[in-house]
Design a binder for this molecule. Sequence first.
Ligand SMILES: NC(=O)C1=CN([C@@H]2O[C@H](COP(=O)(O)OP(=O)(O)OC[C@H]3O[C@@H](n4cnc5c(N)ncnc54)[C@H](OP(=O)(O)O)[C@@H]3O)[C@@H](O)[C@H]2O)C=CC1
Ligand SMILES: CC(C)CCC[C@@H](C)[C@H]1CC=C2C3=C(CC[C@@]21C)[C@@]1(C)CC[C@H](O)C(C)(C)[C@@H]1CC3
Length: 313
Amino acid sequence: MCISVGLVLLLLKLGAPLGRLFELLLPLAVCTIVLSFLLSIFLYARSFSVSSDALAPGGNTGNHLYDFFIGRELNPRIQNFDLKYFCELRPGLIGWVVINLGLLMKEVELRGSPSLAMILVNGFQLLYVGDALWNEEAVLSTMDIVHDGFGFMLVFGDLVWVPFAYSLQASFLVVHPQALSMLGAAVIIALNGMGYYIFRSSNSQKNQFRRDPNHPNVSKLRTIPTASGKKLLVSGWWGFVRHPNYLGDLLMALAWSLPCGFSHLLPYFYVTYFTVLLIHREARDERQCKLKYGASWDSYCKQVPYRIFPYIY
Ligand SMILES: NC(=O)C1=CN([C@@H]2O[C@H](COP(=O)(O)OP(=O)(O)OC[C@H]3O[C@@H](n4cnc5c(N)ncnc54)[C@H](OP(=O)(O)O)[C@@H]3O)[C@@H](O)[C@H]2O)C=CC1
Ligand SMILES: CC(C)CCC[C@@H](C)[C@H]1CC=C2C3=C(CC[C@@]21C)[C@@]1(C)CC[C@H](O)C(C)(C)[C@@H]1CC3
């Protein structure tokens, strides 16, 4: 992240036309799609030369198309370099905020200064990416690393979908400038702040509990024992709903769209897609947790009946 920040600051100091990124989005996206296909083909081919215990449970149906998409190998490595762990965060997230900055510079070229809406979108998403990179080790406990094979879906998701689909709001604002009142901005900032607080504190609470259940920050929380020896949190954020981190993430997703106003649906694509993704992801996780924890998970679901939205779902 530091190298990227240094390079971007150097480019800005040298007067590099970062705003050109706006015109280069499509060719860059096409090149990244080609790269993701090539990487996926390499990963699929090499998966037939590794031992069976290196394969992901869900990506070995024998259906070549499905296995190519989902991914056969769980954690492909070249020496000690873990390809999935690297791709999950850095290239896509850093590419996302660099594109956002280029779009902000394009707005400066067109209108002399960045709009309040563009500043909010850039700031919110820079916070999200900075948080992810600062807490990089937390990704090790996510489903993508623990359960899912590294196939075209995740390769494309990491390298193409995140930088080019997640920067849609900034792209929209270059073409459709939006006037935003200070009151409107204050409400949106409060919404993003609340979402970030729920997202960060619930993820940190679970990750802390999984690292050290006796840590003072989590040792007083109520838990449910399981046959596997692991315990399930049933108070704190994880007693509020079963995926409080998703709730916080979705509130932020809405806060990223609101600065774009209500004249177009495009800026709301991300929060819509993301809601579908997290509902599907939550159902997948429920199945895995039911298998892992059996009756203990049933007891958890009885005590914490709502999945993401309290008193709704
Ligand atoms: N911006 C984006 O595009 C995306 C963002 N995300 C974000 O990534 C973050 C991680 O999400 P995700 O990877 O889906 O999984 P989670 O971080 O929600 O982790 C799910 C795992 O947590 C453990 N767990 C669940 N309930 C409890 C409990 N009560 N007590 C203790 N442990 C529990 C289980 O694993 P175990 O018990 O084995 O430890 C479960 O499999 C979320 O904040 C999500 O919003 C996710 C996808 C896309
Ligand atoms: C293209 C497909 C239809 C969907 C692809 C899904 C991927 C884009 C997401 C799957 C899990 C992700 C995570 C993040 C980004 C999106 C993908 C790759 C994440 C790195 C975002 C930042 C968070 O702080 C995180 C917890 C580190 C996320 C981990 C999961």
